[in-house]
Design a binder for this molecule. Structure first.
Ligand code: UDP
Ligand code: MN
Length: 333
């Protein structure tokens, strides 16, 4: 199985370019998409969802290949499995179609679009680099090119943590809704301040002259409202992506709909996963290629997922522990 997926890794079979309205610096491709919802178990236990159709939430997740990627997307996908009428746009910062992502996304049963949206090389040398911007721009273009004018857009990074109540809150967004995000900056929160049901200011420890000092996970946008600004976009400007995107859709203070009990509770957290370099495990190729024990297939799977690498000549030597003693792996074959 891993071999087939590995061989498919760079295949262009499913690649469809997103054609119009991409700027010259962007190159994005739709790798795969599924519009049918394969969560029959879910809808049969929530019959109300089919009685009155809910607006679709377009949940945009930038992601990129690294050791933690599959773990993050597994956790996030299993959150999203609980949410009806959701289309997951997974935009990978990678110059090709990672077949493992499709394999994973198919398992959740959620309708999805898998986009390959590599960051243009020039921005990789910026400090700080504008992370996730090429991905979100590609997702905005996909929404436009597919004529999606009803529903709600939300940017949910792969490493954040989401309370299920967030989704029923943002689904009713008329123009732009806003709500607190936990674990941001020195205040450990970024939030609008609400008085008598209206946003009167913002509480964020990094104001930086921003008109809209909010986090990417702290707002949702109605697609009809977005469509009123056909040139709206997100700039490659680290720290100012939210501010400039919200300026580009012509947001006004009076348009903001506070959510999460008038911004008094946290329904989304800016969790961050500790990043580590991938390990290299040194293992004799005979043991690695053998299916006599579980170890060969397991290490090959981890290699294919980008979690660790295997080598016969370098890295941390593999050995077996048994009865409190360490032995060469060949002793258990
Ligand atoms: N990201 C990306 N390419 C990168 C780095 C990050 O697409 O080179 C994505 C990442 O998967 C996440 C978002 O951009 O969904 C924000 O990145 P990160 O979580 O590292 O930033 P932080 O939350 O720490 O600001
Ligand atoms: Mn993050």
């Amino acid at each position: 199985m891993w071999l087939i997926l590995f061989l498919l890794y760079f295949s262009g079979d499913m690649v469809k370019p997103i054609t119009s309205s991409l700027s010259i610096n962007d190159s994005a491709f739709v790798c795969n998409e599924k519009f049918e919802d394969n969560r029959q178990y879910f809808y049969s236990s929530h019959p109300y969802t089919s009685v009155s159709p809910l607006p679709t939430i377009y949940f945009v997740t930038p992601t990129y290949p690294r050791r933690e990627q599959i773990a993050e997307l597994t956790r996030l996908g299993q959150t999203l499995m609980h949410i009806p009428n959701l289309h997951w746009i997974v935009a990978d910062d990678f110059d090709g179609c990672n077949t493992f992502l499709d394999y994973l996304l198919n398992k959740f049963g959620i309708p999805y679009t898998h986009i390959a949206s590599p960051m243009p090389d020039i921005y990789r040398s910026f400090a700080p680099i504008p992370r996730g911007v090429a991905n979100r721009r590609a997702a905005i273009n996909w929404i436009r090119n597919n004529g999606k004018k009803s529903g709600v857009l939300y940017f949910g990074d792969d490493d954040n943590a989401f309370d299920l109540r967030l989704f029923s809150e943002i689904r009713s967004t008329q123009r732009v809704s806003m709500f607190p995000v936990g674990l941001i900056g020195l205040y450990a929160v970024s939030t609008p301040i609400v008085k008598q049901g209206k946003v009167i200011g913002f509480f964020d420890s990094w104001p930086a002259n921003r008109l809209w000092p909010v986090d990417m996970a702290g707002f949702a946008v109605n697609l009809e409202y977005l469509a009123l600004s056909p040139n709206a976009t997100m700039p490659y400007r680290a720290g100012y992506e939210e501010d400039e995107f919200l300026k580009s859709i012509g947001l006004q203070m009076a348009h903001i709909e506070p959510k999460a009990s008038n911004c008094s509770e946290i329904l989304v957290w800016h969790t961050q996963t500790k990043k580590e370099k991938s390990a290299v495990v040194r293992i004799d190729s005979k043991i690695l290629e053998s299916d006599q024990t579980s170890l060969g297939p397991l290490l090959r799977e981890l290699e294919a997922l980008g979690v660790s690498h295997i080598s016969s000549s370098s890295g941390i030597k593999a050995h077996v522990s048994k009865n409190g003693k360490t032995k060469p792996l060949s002793s258990v074959l």
